[in-house]
Ligand binder design. Sequence first.
Ligand code: PGA
Length: 254
Amino acid sequence: MRQNIVAGNWKMNLTLPEGLALVSEITNMVTDEATGSTAQVVICPPFPYLSAIDKQLPQGGPFHVGAQNCSQKESGAYTGEVSAKMLQSVGCEYVILGHSERRQYFREDDELLSQKLKAALGAGLKPIFCVGESLETREMNETFDYISKQLKDGLFHLSNEEFDQVVIAYEPIWAIGTGKTATSAQAQEVHAFIREQIARAYDAEAAENTTILYGGSCNAQNARELFSQPDVDGGLIGGASLKSRDFTEIIKSF
Ligand code: PGA
């Protein structure tokens, strides 16, 4: 059975005191309101806050900590880099890889992402691997070809055992931070397509067990509708993960 997940990607926002206050509001609301949500919650703050946030989260509950990136290198003279093993050692369980902002602004390509995936899996982290098309690609009716290539080149080189650890996030670039959410039908269509590709590359069981998140202007108003789609197993939330009420509402949308 695949898990439902709501992940908050803080990106490069908030100071540590602001982050700690946000997490305490969210955990209080989730506990107080006994949400009954079936979702696991992954908080992805900037690197320097991971340890402090992890310590503040209630243990044994639905809360987990994730990073927004990691190095493809294991260790050594790589000034400014953070390895997967370092992340694991401060309590991190997940790492976002292949976010469109990293692909675009930091020129991360499929080859580099393949190495990062290996590094993350080698350290016991669960990658949240992002794919998604630009508006131009969608308007040219090339969305499926594009997503299929991203999956093949970036992800499907993994062994069955490695792939078992992966969460996929479908994030259409035109929906990220724009307030322009994909309709639930558009999201479902691509999610079902991704699941089909997994069944081809691996097998039906792997496809059935893979959590596929939707990301891109997902908020407290549209989460329930998006999450009700059969192949949408949760969300990767940017802007709305910075507001405790909104993020808690999204968690409660399951
Ligand atoms: P958004 O970002 O929710 O602000 O659109 C999503 C993401 O980039 O992961």
